[in-house]
Every structure is written in structure tokens, then in C-alpha cells.
Ligand binder design. Structure first.
Ligand code: AMP
Length: 414
């Protein structure tokens, strides 16, 4: 199938060609005709599937030319996603006269108000800031014809559903709605019933299924050796870019500090950072200035980060869905990626839940050359490898544990 057969408008088609896309991805092939035909659509697709263009291209086609009133509204759970989707909309709208604005919290109102005053066709927003603008009279939603609820399950996790409902209440009832969500928990099901009309569901790939190109491995270790094992893993793998996921902001800061001390170039992404810092971290990581991004789950969903060769879970995520979202950062666009999870004895129940959720047993491995301390987890292992320390390796003490780092420049690249 080609984009030409999809009946997109000429300027939108031009932008697709300029972007170098040769054929629609499966979700685009399914969603674009439905949205162009005016259907409500529920999309569940793995991240990195081209979901943004799947709704942006038909909406931009239908909007045709600039008008004063805002006719399309895209709700996103995080500022990072809002910025990413804004960039995509601006690219796809580059040959039209349509105006796109992004509204998110944590920054001043001035620039956003200026943009709104000029009249924008498309608003991409996080719920809280959008409501602020609506309540202050800076923006009106009474002409919205196209509404997209992106990453709806994430909005639920972040407690945004009441705001989302308030926003939907301010939009006209006669509108077209699209909802994208990796999972459909009961609250989202209720939202769907309340807000959508006869929606068509598109499922690309098995729902809740982690990217199939990813090789998963669990590394059991004693609690005190988590950080040393992280360093050793980084020294052993041939990585291009890696995201290290942590459960808490503090943990992320600690890990980042340790990695920096060990000559890794590191950016940190969590919600205690200012908006500027978060943008800088993401931009630097995307551009390859940082090899390692240490992040809490805020970065796990939806963000379009290309070429992540490895994901390392320094902490097992509490919710199985977060495991799927975390590893969705690697193996995108069918590149193979590796997902490593560092596991301590207390993580047993969570790991069991993850394995049940993804319906596969994740192999346990031991890193050759790492000087393991005993953990009860090893008793469960059938295939323990010899505990050898390679020559030319020195012992370093970190936070009460020891690890052995290669004498010089152990990092290898592809
Ligand atoms: P998304 O799932 O929307 O975050 O998109 C993931 C990545 O795929 C983005 O970098 C898009 O630019 C890219 N992309 C979207 N559609 C296509 C396509 N039809 N062909 C090639 N790349 C695409």
C-alpha cells in the first residue's frame, strides 16, 4: 500500500514524501481511512508504530486551511509527549497554512497566550494547563471537531482522568474522537463509552505484547551489588545508547552520579527536573551527546527516542505494564535491542507478575567476570556460571559492595 492511495490532501502527502516515508505503517494503513471517513477510533498499538502520523495526517487533511477557531485538540499525558507530538504536527503541516500550538505546565503563560491570540487550528496540550487557559478565557474549545486522547492509560495512571472529562465536557458533542491506549483498563472502558460513538477498534500486534525483537534477560544479584552490576553491564555490552530505568527520582539521581563518576556521559529525566532540564536531557540524548539516559517511568511511554540499543531496568518496575512500556524504548522499528533487568530477591513477586503479563519466562543470566556475592536467588538457578574474576581487573568499593572494573576503557561499541 502507498500513501497516495490513502486520499490525504496534497500538502499533507507532500510532507510525508519530504519526511521520506515510503509506505504507511500497519496502524496508519488501518486508522487513516477510518478517521478520514469520520469514524471514532480506538487504537492499541505498540509504541514506535507510527501512531502519531496515524491521527495527525487525517486530521490535517480534514482541517484543510487555517481558520480562527481551534478545531482539533490532542491531549497528551506529559509535556515531553506534547512537545514531540507538536513537532510531528508541525512537520506534517509544513506545506499548509494551519497553525499548531502546544500548551503545557511548568512554564510561563505569556508565549502560549500569544500563540492562542493569533488563532490556532490545532492545540496539543496536557490536561491541567489546557484547563487553566480555558478557565482564564485564553482558549475556547466550543469549535473542536477532532479530539484525540493519546496514551489514555497513562493519563489514568497520572490521575488526569477528571481533568480529561472536564475538557471533553467543554467540547461540542458532535465531534470525532480517537483514543490511543496500550491497555484498556475498566476506567478507560467507561471513558470510551461516555465519550465515543460506535468506535472502531484497531489492534496492531498483540495488545500488551513487548516488542518482539527485544531479547530479555534478568540478572539476579544481591541488593548491595545492583549499582556495581549496572556499571559492569555497561562495560560489557556493545551499546550505542542506553536508557537506565529507576523506580524513584532519588535512585535516578544516585545512578546518574555513579555513572558520571565512571566516565559515562549521562542525562537524567525525571519529574523533579525543571522543564528546561528535561528538554535538554532528551534533546542531548536524541542527538547522541549523552550515551546513557537515566529515567524514571515518566520517560517510559510514548517518547520517540530512536536507536536505543539497550534498556536496563536498575529496578524492577512495580507494574507489569511499565515493564512493557520501558522495553518499548528499544527494538523500535524492528532494530534488535536488549532489555536487561537487574533483580534482587525481594523482586520475586513483581518478576513473576511481569512474566505472566508478557506470557513468557525471561531467562536468568549471570554476567561472566562479575564477582557475585551470594544471593538466595542463585539457589533457584540451574545454570550457574563459574564465578571468575578476569585478569587485569581491579576491585572498587561502592556503597558497601565490591565490584571489579576493567583496568582501562572497557566500553565497547558496535
Ligand atoms: P510514533 O509511533 O508516532 O512515535 O512514531 C515512531 C517513529 O516512526 C517516528 O520517528 C516517525 O517519524 C516514524 N514514522 C512514522 N510513520 C512512518 C512511516 N510511514 N514510515 C517510516 N517511519 C515512520
Amino acid at each position: 500500500m502507498s500513501f497516495v492511495s490513502l486520499q490525504l490532501s496534497d500538502p499533507v502527502l507532500r510532507s510525508v514524501t519530504a519526511k521520506g516515508y515510503t509506505e504507511p505503517t500497519p496502524i496508519q494503513a488501518e486508522a487513516i481511512p477510518l478517521l478520514l471517513n469520520g469514524r471514532d477510533v480506538i487504537g492499541s498499538a505498540q509504541t514506535g508504530t507510527g501512531k502519531t502520523a496515524a491521527f495527525a495526517l487525517p486530521i490535517l487533511t480534514k482541517l484543510q486551511g487555517h481558520q480562527r477557531d481551534t478545531r482539533a485538540l490532542i491531549l497528551e499525558p506529559t509535556r515531553e509527549l506534547a512537545l514531540q507530538v507538536e513537532a510531528a504536527f508541525k512537520t506534517y503541516a509544513q506545506f499548509t497554512d494551519l497553525r499548531v500550538a502546544v500548551l503545557y505546565g511548568g512554564v510561563g503563560y505569556g508565549l502560549q497566550l500569544d500563540a492562542l491570540k493569533k488563532g490556532v487550528d490545532v492545540i496539543i496540550a496536557t490536561p491541567g494547563r489546557l484547563l487553566d487557559h480555558v478557565q482564564r478565557g485564553g482558549c475556547r474549545l466550543n469549535h473542536v471537531q477532532y479530539l484525540v486522547l493519546d496514551e489514555a492509560d497513562r493519563m489514568l495512571d497520572m490521575g488526569f482522568l477528571p481533568d480529561v472529562r472536564r475538557i471533553i465536557d467543554k467540547c461540542p458533542k458532535a465531534r470525532q474522537t480517537a483514543l490511543f491506549s496500550a491497555t484498556i483498563p475498566p476506567q478507560i472502558e467507561t471513558l470510551i463509552q461516555w465519550t465515543m460513538t460506535n468506535p472502531q477498534t484497531i489492534e496492531i500486534g498483540r495488545r500488551q505484547s513487548p516488542a518482539e525483537t527485544v531479547k530479555h534477560v534478568i540478572y539476579p544479584v544481591a541488593e548491595v551489588q545492583k549499582m556495581p552490576l549496572l556499571l559492569a553491564l555497561l562495560d560489557h555490552v556493545h551499546y550505542q545508547s542506553v536508557i537506565v530505568f529507576c523506580r524513584t527520582r532519588r535512585r535516578a539521581d544516585d545512578a546518574a552520579r555513579l555513572l558520571k563518576q565512571n566516565q559515562h556521559s549521562v542525562a537524567v529525566l525525571h519529574s523533579d527536573r525543571t522543564q528546561k532540564e528535561r528538554e535538554k536531557a532528551l534533546e542531548g540524548f536524541r542527538e547522541g551527546r549523552y550515551e546513557v539516559l537515566v529515567a524514571t517511568d515518566i520517560a517510559a511511554r510514548g517518547l520517540d527516542i530512536q536507536d536505543v540499543s539497550h534498556v536496563i531496568n536498575l529496578d524492577v518496575p512495580l507494574h507489569p505494564e511499565d515493564y512493557v512500556h520501558r522495553i518499548g524504548r528499544t527494538g523500535r522499528a524492528a532494530a534488535t535491542g536488549d532489555a536487561f533487568t537487574i533483580m534482587v530477591a525481594e523482586d520475586g513477586p513483581q518478576v513473576f507478575d511481569i512474566e505472566r503479563f508478557i506470557n513468557q519466562k525471561i531467562p536468568r543470566e549471570r554476567l561472566a567476570g562479575f564477582d557475585y556475592q551470594y544471593t538466595a536467588l542463585f539457589d533457584a538457578e540451574k545454570t550457574a556460571q563459574p564465578n571468575v574474576r578476569p585478569s587485569g581487573v581491579k576491585a572498587v568499593r561502592v556503597r558497601g559492595g565490591y565490584f571489579f572494573s576493567p583496568g582501562k576503557g572497557g566500553r565497547k561499541r558496535r
